[in-house]
Design a protein around this ligand. Sequence first.
Ligand code: URA
Length: 253
Amino acid sequence: MERLQKYLARCGVASRRKAEEIISSGRVKVNGEVITEMGYKVSGNDTVEVDGEVLEIKDKIYLAMNKPRGIISSSNDEKGRKTVVSILPKEIQDYRVFPVGRLDYDTKGILLLTNDGEFMNTLVGPKSNLEKEYLVRVDGIASRDVTKKIAYGVDIGGYTTRRAFCEIVEVDNEHKSTLIRVIIREGKYHQIKRMFEAVGYPVKHLTRVRFGEITTEGLKEGEVRYLTPHEIKRLVAMSKESSKDVIIHKVDR
Ligand code: URA
């Protein structure tokens, strides 16, 4: 027997926290009866339905996508816009995957998808220390003062960001913009955009080039590939690394 929310997460419906919301909103039936009670226990002999669809425990899948700009990081969109799930091959959509965290509509780059709610929580939950690396094109010519501020932490509206790695990659004097590399170990809402907003350099283009050790290498925009068992293990291990104040593994290029 296991708790209903865990069962839902295991079937790839949503993360455990989201599954609780789904249960309390009355969308779940067990053996034909609506269940809103959180501690309710089910076994493999019970028939569990969400929104009228009978669930079955599916294999867990873990994917890396090179997300294009102009796509929403969610499973579905009320306005019918393209989502990271809707652009997946049909046979993968059947596994009810969801994105591991979010990239903004206008952000491109590496995004993981899975149907394993536990895995998602480990990687993007509040305790995770997984590194995320971004290339940020900002408006204006930024100096080392700016990257230092970003690296030491800035106030993004009631929250001071943790230590980060930040360096200037290239200055475009003609178009008055700067390309900056940032590596963070957290993931607040619109964090990168808000960090650069806080120092007066609005973001023009944002690309996530690395998530843990996973990059977009070998993936065209919109393409996905399966993560290897080793990559999955490393992602979990890196997420659980102790919270060190000083970042960050310098990337050799
Ligand atoms: N930070 C942002 O501001 N946007 C993203 O998409 C990712 C990180």
